[in-house]
Structure formats: C-alpha cells, structure tokens
Design a protein around this ligand. Structure first.
Ligand code: CA
Length: 231
C-alpha cells in the first residue's frame, strides 16, 4: 500500500515542521507549503489525499487556497484557525473545508482528525457502497435528496452543499424527526468523537440552514438536532 499524501500549508515554520514530522511519523508522505500561491501549486503537483490548511497565510489566505483547490479537484481539508473566528469558520466550510481545528491544538488531536478525514474520504469513494437505484432518492415534502448524484433540492431549487454538509443532511434524513445527539453525529459523520468537536457539528448545521432554510432543522438545546420534515 502506498503512503497517503498530506499537504501541510502553514507559514509559521516551527508549526509546519512539527506537524509535518508528526504526520511522517504516522506513515504519511508529507509536503509543506508556506504561502497561498505555493499551496495551490503544491496541490497540483503532489495531488494530496488530504490537506492541513492554515487560514492566515502570506500571498492569499487559506480560504482562497481552499476555494481554488476545490474548484480543480475535491480534496478533504482540515482548516487551522488562529482563534474561534466564526466568520473565517463559516467561509471556510462554505468553500469546502471539511473540518477545522482552533490553535493551539495537540498533535494527537491533529493526527486523529487527519486519519478521520481520510477514512471518510475512503468510505465515500468505496465502490459498492452507492445506494441502489430505488433507494437513491429521499423525499420529504419539498426536500429532495438524490443520494446517487449527491444533489439536494428544496422547493425545486438546488442547494450547493459541501460534501460534509451533504453527509450530515443524509444522516439526519436517515431518522427524520428524531433528535440525534451532536456527539453521535460527530462520530457517525466525521468519524471521531470528542466533546471539543461538537462545535464543528453546529457550524455545519448553520451552513445547512442557510442553504436550505432555517425551518428544516430543529435544535434541541444541550442535546442535538432533528430534521423537521412534513410527513
Ligand atoms: Ca499562519
């Protein structure tokens, strides 16, 4: 089996080197880029299986890097944010980042997230896991989820969801009107469970509400979320 390739994009050398060293120790082939243009170029050259991407970069920022890379080829992205900046976060998720970590983070947490990203990507790409044709469409009132094409329409209008938003919606749709705890969504959709990660779920729920309508998902405070659909 060839080693999975990870591109680390970070201009702070000490962090970049520490992250690269840890990922190499985990068996990954690691490439490092230190600015926006260099990151886009490295993604083209090395075709990574996953990208660890800092938001604050010289040249242009990580959000622009993510936008450009995702436009060419879908790659799982773990975004690193300097602080819990909600705007960065929402923009990041909107341009196709799958997950994020707030600095400072532990190397253990970082590697756990990278492994989870790759597991999810493999699961999504696995042949034979595509739904059979008759089950390929979920319909709830005016919400239509096409599982085979991974497309979603509400009231006839297509919503452009990120891969993670789509997976989250499908999970909620699997048990409509049932409250699913955030920890469980985190474990099922992201492939890892750690109470610190439940904000990742909240952020993606925000994205779904923005794109599909605020009425679609009900929050049960302190517990989780439920898809509110007509019978
Ligand atoms: Ca930086």
């Amino acid at each position: 089996m060839t080693a999975k390739r990870v591109l680390v994009v970070e201009d702070e050398r000490t962090i970049a080197e520490a992250v690269a060293a840890r990922l190499r120790a985990e068996g990954f082939e690691v490439h490092v880029a230190g600015d926006g243009p260099g990151a886009v170029d490295a993604a083209r050259r090395t075709r990574p299986d996953a990208i660890v991407l800092d938001v604050m970069l010289p040249g242009f920022d990580g959000l622009e890097v993510c936008r450009r890379i995702q436009a060419e080829r879908g790659v799982p992205v773990l975004m690193l944010t300097a602080r819990d900046d909600e705007t960065d976060l929402l923009v990041g998720l909107a341009v196709g980042a799958d997950d994020y970590l707030t600095k400072p983070f532990s190397m253990r947490e970082l590697t756990a997230r990278v492994h989870a990203l790759l597991r999810r990507a493999a699961r999504n790409a696995a042949p034979g896991e595509t739904a059979p044709a008759e089950a390929a469409m979920l319909r709830f009132g005016d919400l239509e989820i096409n599982l085979a094409e991974r497309r979603v329409h509400r009231a006839g209008v297509e919503a452009r969801l990120t891969p993670t938003e789509f997976d989250l919606l499908v999970h909620l749709a699997g048990r409509p009107r049932t409250v699913l705890p955030r920890e469980r969504l985190l474990a099922d959709v992201w492939g890892w469970a750690d109470a610190s990660g439940t904000r990742t779920v909240d952020s993606h729920i925000k994205g779904l509400r923005r794109k599909l309508g605020a009425d679609l998902i009900r929050t049960v405070h302190g517990v989780g979320y439920a898809l509110e659909v007509q019978r």
